[in-house]
Design a protein around this ligand. Structure first.
Ligand code: ADP
Length: 389
C-alpha cells in the first residue's frame, strides 16, 4: 500500500484539480482552496470573511442564481453541474460548472459546500458542437432542396422525353403495318415525322446534357477578356441572326471578368437566342446587350423587343422544362433558362426580369466581384438570388 503522509489530505484539498469553497447561508465565503483562489486571482486574506459569493457574479448571473440555483438548492439540498461565468480579479470571466450541497453543522448552522470545475474547454467544445450542428442542419436543408429539385427534374425530363419517343413508336407501328402494301411515297411523310420526333428527342438530350454540366462547381473560373467572349457569342449566333433577320447590338463593356468563360458565353447566348426566338412573326427581332462594371459587380442586361413575359410566370420560367408556349408556336426544350439560373447561382449572382406581356423583356444579371474573394460573401448573395429568381 502507498504510504501517504497525513498532511497530504490538506494538500489534496488545497491543490485539487478543482475548486472548493464553503459559504454561509448569507453567502459569505468561509473556506476556499488554493486552486480556486488561483483561478479567481485573489489572496486568501482578500476573500475569507470579506468576500461573498455574489461578489464573483455579474448582474445577469446573480439573477440566474436567485431564480434557479438558490431555489433548487433550497428544495433539493443540492444542485449539480450548474453552468455560469464567475468574475475574476483581472476583470475577465471564467466559465465554471458548480456542484453545491447543504451541510448541516448542527441544529442551527448550515453551510453550503461547493466544488467548482473550470469549464473553459467544455464551453468551447459546446460552441463548436453547436456550430457543427447548425452547419449540418443547413447542409441537410440544402440536400433536401437539392433532392426535391432533382426529383422534379427527373420527373420533367422523363415526361418530356417520353412524348417524342411515343410518337416514334407509333410511327414505326404505322410503317410496319403499311410496309408491304404501300409505295415508298406513302411512307415518306411517316418517316419524316419519325425523323422529326427523333431530332426533337436528340435536341432535348443535348439541352439536358448542357444543363447537367452548366454552372458545375468545378467549372473553372478565371480572368478573361469580356469583349473577346462576346465576339464568340456574336459568331455563334450569326447563323440564327441571319435566318431570323435579327439585329444583335452590344453596348458598353468591361475589360476583364472573373468567372467561368464557357458559362458566361452560354448564359448570354441563351438569353440572346430567346430574345430572337420569342418575337412576333412580323417584327424584326432586336436584342440589345449592355455590359457595365460596378465596384461590387458586373452587370449584364439583355433586352429584346419580343412578345414579353407575363409577370405571373417570371419565376416559373427558370424551372427545368417549364415552357409558356407550345412547340407549335415556338420550338424549344424549356431548359435554357434553367441552365442560365444554374450558371448565375454558381457565380453567386442574381437575375431579375423586367417585362410585361407584349412589350419586350429585359433580363438584368449581376455577378458579384466577391464571388472569388470570400466564401462567406457567397451565402448572402445566394439568398438574394433565391429571393429574386
Ligand atoms: P425554351 O426557350 O427552350 O422553351 P427556356 O428555358 O429558354 O426554354 O425558356 C422557358 C420559357 O420562358 C419559354 O418557353 C418562353 O415561354 C419563356 N421565355 C424565355 N425567354 C423569353 C423571352 N425573351 N421573351 C418571352 N418569353 C421568354
Amino acid at each position: 500500500m502507498l504510504n501517504i503522509p497525513l498532511e497530504s489530505a490538506e494538500d489534496l484539498y488545497n491543490y485539487a484539480p478543482c475548486g472548493y469553497f464553503d459559504m454561509t447561508r448569507d453567502r459569505k465565503i468561509v473556506r476556499i482552496n488554493e486552486t480556486l483562489l488561483g483561478w479567481l486571482g485573489y489572496s486568501r486574506e482578500e476573500v475569507l470573511g470579506k468576500a461573498t459569493f455574489n461578489d464573483w457574479l455579474n448582474t445577469g448571473t446573480r439573477l440566474y442564481i436567485e431564480t434557479h440555483f438558490a431555489p433548487m438548492l433550497h428544495m433539493q439540498g443540492y444542485v449539480k453541474e450548474i453552468a455560469f461565468d464567475v468574475k475574476i480579479k483581472d476583470g475577465s470571466t471564467l466559465p465554471v460548472l458548480i456542484n453545491s450541497s447543504y451541510i448541516k453543522l448542527d441544529e442551527k448552522q448550515v453551510i453550503i459546500r461547493s466544488t467548482v470545475f473550470d469549464a473553459t474547454h467544455r464551453r468551447r467544445y459546446e460552441k463548436e458542437l453547436l456550430l457543427a450542428k447548425k452547419n449540418s442542419e443547413l447542409l441537410a436543408e440544402e440536400l433536401k432542396i437539392a433532392n426535391e429539385e432533382l426529383r422534379q427534374f427527373a420527373y420533367a425530363a422523363s415526361h418530356d422525353l417520353k412524348a417524342p419517343l411515343t410518337n416514334v413508336m407509333s410511327l414505326l407501328d404505322i410503317i410496319k403495318n403499311r410496309i408491304h402494301a404501300s409505295s415508298q411515297d406513302e411512307l415518306k411523310p411517316v418517316i419524316e415525322m419519325a425523323h422529326g420526333a427523333t431530332s426533337r428527342m436528340s435536341e432535348l438530350i443535348k439541352s439536358l446534357l448542357e444543363h447537367a454540366v452548366s454552372g458545375k462547381k468545378e467549372s473553372s473560373k478565371s480572368w478573361f477578356a469580356w469583349n473577346e467572349a462576346m465576339e464568340e457569342v456574336r459568331f455563334n449566333l450569326q447563323m440564327i441572326a441571319f435566318t431570323k433577320n435579327a439585329q444583335i447590338i452590344f453596348e458598353g463593356s468591361f475589360n476583364q471578368m472573373y468567372a467561368s468563360r464557357t458559362d458566361m458565353i452560354r448564359l448570354v447566348q441563351n438569353l440572346i437566342s430567346n430574345g430572337i426566338k420569342y418575337c412576333e412573326k412580323d417584327r424584326r427581332p432586336v436584342v440589345l446587350i449592355r455590359s457595365k462594371e460596378y465596384s461590387t459587380c458586373w452587370e449584364i442586361i439583355v433586352e429584346d423587343n419580343g412578345i414579353g413575359i407575363d409577370p405571373a410566370h417570371q419565376k416559373e420560367i427558370f424551372k427545368p422544362f417549364f415552357r409558356l408556349h407550345s412547340s407549335k408556336d415556338f420550338d424549344g426544350s424549356g431548359i435554357g433558362l434553367a441552365t442560365c439560373k444554374n450558371i448565375i447561382e454558381q457565380h453567386n449572382g442574381s437575375v431579375v426580369i423586367e417585362s410585361e406581356k407584349g412589350s419586350g423583356s429585359k433580363f438584368i444579371v449581376k455577378i458579384p466581384k466577391t464571388s472569388f474573394l470570400s466564401p462567406d460573401a457567397h451565402s448572402s448573395v445566394r439568398s438574394e438570388t433565391a429571393r429574386q429568381v
